[in-house]
Design a protein around this ligand. Sequence first.
Ligand code: AMP
Length: 374
Amino acid sequence: MTFADLGLARPLLDALHDAGYERPTPIQREAIPLALLGRDLIGLAQTGTGKTASFTLPVVHRLLGGPRRTRVLVLTPTRELCLQVEESVRKYSSRSPVDVIPVYGGVGYEPQEKALRRGVDVVVATPGRLLDHLEKRNVDFTYLETLVLDEADRMLDMGFAPQINRIVDQIPRYRQTLLFSATMPPEVEALGRKYLRKPVVVQVGRRSSAATTVTHAVYPVPRHRKNELLVHLLTNSDHESVLVFTRTKSGADRVVSDLAQAKIHAGAMHADKSQRERIQALEDFKSGKLRVLVATDIAQRGLDISGITHVINFDVPQQPEDYVHRIGRTGRAASTGDAYTFMSAEEIGMVRTIERTIGQEIPRVSVPGFDFGT
Ligand code: AMP
């Protein structure tokens, strides 16, 4: 897959070539075509995934050829990020007549005021300073087409909710809104519900260069919706090889048949399968023929399952040691390794026990529409 396949215009492709980028990252592959169509988007992605370009590229593309007035606003939590996004927009618009200005606090007010009054295509701003300018009517958002909320979780952590609300109140309701966040706590979900129209959720695993990094996450989800969540995660991400653990044999079979209905080909590995069948399933999994393998704990013991990018605990392991054992399968040999645990309300206690055993809290990630807490 190339950047041209994503539908980006020539000036952008040239700028990407200048930047030396050869291929889009997973978040870019998923987010860019949707953003180009004008869809609202929730991007669950951390720094380092290429998330900035996943919104700056479509934003610049959509600005090409239009009239010169402020059509895009990007809100960022910090001055550093503001400058980073500005630089990104500059980089991708190096071959196009798109203008950008960073607006943040702690520096002179007048130069920003002058530039804003002159009119500029893209404003990248921290909420506090932008609100000052809005109140002084230095900036006009009448023609704004796209709003980007970058690192929304951090903005809310920093207490920017009131400023964001007041800013968005002054932006046309009919617009495109893109929200990016590393995590999805209930506050960010609420923000998404309030400001986005039928958003598509795009989620990618962390791209880490450290071979030993395992990213743990717990997904709160009602028990009867775990299948749906699994299908959702598998269809909305770039997970290459996923080992799914269930508590029981029948549970494993059910997951396999539910995945089959969603056209996701998965194999099962449990005690009712012969040793030969298990080895075959494992071989198909390792060769990439099977993207998903669903196993019970007992079945995988003694087998070498290295090189796995993701482990999903469909059921919370009953013994904390099993958790450690399972996630030991990922992150060791693979360059990435994520371990997700689906936690129903009944399993909260077991997760706490695991957290005490491993001596760390596992971050909660909630997927809009699935969290039992909301
Ligand atoms: P971000 O996740 O937006 O902070 O980006 C992380 C880094 O990856 C930045 O230095 C980008 O310039 C770089 N980058 C973004 N997209 C690509 C790509 N498709 N190929 C190579 N590098 C990229």
